[in-house]
Ligand binder design. Structure first.
Ligand SMILES: [Zn+2]
Length: 286
């Protein structure tokens, strides 16, 4: 598909981020009736932010892409595919519109869209991230997916009940908005780090700890508008060499806290075996 076709496929569910009116695509620009306008970038994404907000940097994103491209998080991608195949099926009518809220450089969404299309036919992936660098990288690699730079902590640029499903992977959570844009019965997959996630790496380098009781906190957050259908834990060991250790540190929020001491420890660490521990919470919109 070219950018024009992708835009047409998602046009009916997009809303102006300023006034919430419908927004349509004309001559390279998204425009609402009140003349709020947003240009489509040459890479095929739209920037809906009025001012630049801090997000993942290009250095973080390049580290993440290099790490993903080695397949280290492929087990999570497979689990997401399995869960969406199972939970989209009962509610799916017409085209599947799937949002990845906090999509980063697009790895999970781009791959899932292709896999889901084999079963469901028309699948339209939409990705939102606050980092323009992330969205630019995503749009270049996954031209069949529609990417937007937007803030998940503000009203989403989407119509009510627009989506058949949603992903939220190590990303901010906006309960009221996620409830608004999902169709009744639609699945919402939230991935958070489990308590043992990269624990050996955290201990070796003195990195940030995982928030305590995170899982319980998320379940409580979403309990008003969603039912928890199932909880899946995914845990495995990774044997990493120095380059991958650095990539794994750089792709996380630890990037913002890299002291001289941590850098020195990182350079001294030639190899390490560490635990990957994901928790996947499968919610359903009531
Ligand atoms: Zn508007």
């Amino acid at each position: 598909m070219d950018d024009m076709m992708v835009s047409t496929a998602v046009e009916e569910i997009l809303r102006c981020p300023v006034c919430s009116l419908p927004i349509s695509f004309q001559q390279g620009t998204w425009r609402c009736e009140q003349a709020h306008a947003f240009d489509m970038a040459k890479e095929g994404y739209v920037n809906l932010l009025r001012k630049k907000l801090p997000g993942d940097t290009r250095e973080m994103l390049l580290a993440r892409r290099a790490f993903f491209d080695k397949g280290y998080y492929q087990p999570l991608a497979s689990l997401l595919n399995e869960l969406l195949q199972a939970h989209l099926a009962p509610v799916q009518e017409g085209p599947v519109r799937l949002l990845d809220a906090g999509c980063g450089e697009g790895y999970y969404l781009g791959n899932l869209q292709a896999q889901l299309a084999q079963r469901f036919g028309q699948v339209y992936g939409l990705g939102i991230d606050i980092s323009k660098d992330a969205i630019r990288m995503a749009a270049k690699r996954y031209p069949d997916t529609f990417f937007m730079v937007a803030n998940l902590n503000e009203p989403l640029p989407l119509a009510d009940q627009a989506l058949a499903g949603m992903l939220n992977i190590f990303a901010p959570r906006n309960v009221a908005e996620y409830a608004r844009v999902l169709a009744p019965g639609a699945p919402l997959l939230i991935i958070i780090p489990g308590p043992r996630h990269i624990q050996e790496l955290r201990q070796s380098l003195h990195l940030l700890n995982i928030e305590e009781n995170k899982q319980q906190h998320v379940v409580e957050q979403f309990s008003g508008s969603f039912t928890l259908l199932e909880t899946r834990e995914l845990s495995y060991e990774l044997a990493l060499q120095q380059a991958e250790i650095a990539q794994l540190v750089m792709m996380t929020p630890n990037y913002w806290h890299l002291s001289e001491e941590i850098r020195a420890r990182m350079e001294a660490l030639n190899s390490l075996s560490t635990t990957i521990d994901f928790i996947c919470l499968v919610f359903q919109r009531l």
